[in-house]
Write a protein that binds this ligand. Structure first.
Ligand code: MTE
Ligand code: MO
Length: 371
């Protein structure tokens, strides 16, 4: 994988994500960009199953149909007009459900995401419920199925990218038909001209190049709902589609294998987030030496220590945290970070294994050397 930030003279940084595959294009957010509260658009990870379909704004329509009183087609101009009164801007953590899969043991099949299939983007758009109410959702509707303009073969069958949401979540005022990312129109690879954004859910819910919203009266059974993006236990038992983002943290400083000086303060920093409407309540940091016990029972650094939290930029944004650490003895250390959310859920010590490697949220760690 290649990186990352190319310094451009006076301060401006040109970002490029780290390529994982080229056809279709999939790339991770570089570590250095994850330190920012809002991820620069050019650095934000990309997850495409079939490639970029590039619907033109002028010809773009969203078709709302299925179990509705009056199916409708809405164009870009009308969408913007409809949203004028109710337009929202939200900082939202976007995380692929497969983020961290490459750190699972044994490694499940799928893209080998390490830590960078995540970012926090400032999305602006029109709440979907404003459009759904226009069409009039039938009382027997249970879900909305959202359709992207992209399609391709999965397990030998041609399919469109489609994913369903329970009705209450589809109609939640913060479920957006997003037209803008970080203040600019959505870039093609992030779903231009309109994508769905469902704060707090793994990003497979955030259908890009959105062209359809279909109300259905029985649960949707498409491949991206029942075969892909589903938790499957080691004994093969399916355990439902991935949903709310699990509590997680990452360490952005120090960097892996960085040399730290004994007796000099190092600020350990990172980000933490959770989904399903939960916020981060606590982040703890711990330094372990090579035998995994900590610097020693007599050392005040042994054990978990509360990091200081920065207020997040919104209810669905991530939380920055920091902990000043002054290593006292030379050697190799593993720095660990563990987040706990507002519902008391904590990152597990080990990745919770499942057949497709989703929801991987173990305690974050980075190895450093104290000289
Ligand atoms: N139409 C469409 N929408 C899609 C996808 C896709 O392949 N096609 N990938 C999904 C997945 S799995 C993820 S993780 C996010 C990634 O969003 P990003 O590429 O903007 O970071 O888009 C989601 N929406
Ligand atoms: Mo994803």
């Amino acid at each position: 994988m290649s990186t990352a930030a190319v310094p451009q003279g006076m301060g401006a940084t040109v970002w490029a994500p780290e390529t994982v595959t080229t056809e279709p294009y999939n790339a991770q957010t570089p570590m250095a960009a994850l330190a920012d509260p809002v991820t620069p658009a050019d650095a934000l990870f990309v997850r495409d199953h079939f490639g970029v379909p590039r619907p033109e704004i002028a010809r773009w329509r969203l078709r709302v149909d299925g179990a509705v009183a009056a199916p409708l087609d809405i164009d870009y101009e009308h969408l913007i007009a409809l949203g004028r009164a109710g337009r929202r801007e939200l900082d939202v953590v976007l995380e692929c459900a497969g983020n961290g899969r490459a750190l699972m043991n044994p490694r499940p099949p799928g893209l080998p995401w390490e830590r960078g299939a995540v970012g926090c983007a400032r999305f602006a758009g029109v709440p979907f419920h404003l459009v759904a109410e226009r069409a009039g959702v039938a009382p027997e509707a249970v879900e909305f199925v959202f359709t992207g303009a992209d399609e391709g073969p999965v397990h030998g069958r041609p399919v469109a990218f489609e994913r369903a949401l329970p009705l209450a979540e589809a109609l939640h005022p913060d479920t957006l038909l997003a037209t803008h990312l970080n203040g600019d129109p959505l870039p093609p690879r992030h779903g231009a001209p309109v994508r769905l954004v469902v704060p707090g859910r793994y990003a497979v819910a955030d259908v890009k190049w959105l062209v359809g919203a279909r109300a259905v009266t029985t649960p949707f059974t498409g491949v991206f709902q029942t075969e892909e993006y589903v938790y499957i236990a080691s004994d093969g038992t399916p355990d439902g589609p991935v949903g709310a983002i699990r509590v997680k943290s990452l360490i952005t400083a120090p960097e892996p294998d960085e040399d730290l000086r004994r007796g000099t303060e190092t600020v350990v920093r990172g980000r933490a987030w959770s989904g399903g409407g939960r916020t981060v309540g606590r982040v703890e940091v711990r330094a372990e030496d090579e035998d995994g016990t900590g610097p020693g029972p007599d050392d005040p650094d042994t054990g978990w220590h509360d990091a200081q939290l920065e207020p997040p930029t919104g209810p669905y944004a991530w939380t920055g945290w920091s902990y000043p650490w002054t290593p006292r003895r030379p050697g190799r250390y593993r720095l660990l970070a563990r987040a706990t959310d507002s519902h008391g859920a904590t990152q597990p010590d080990r990745a919770p294994w499942n057949a497709q490697g989703y929801g991987c949220n173990p305690v974050a760690s980075v190895e450093v050397v104290v000289v």
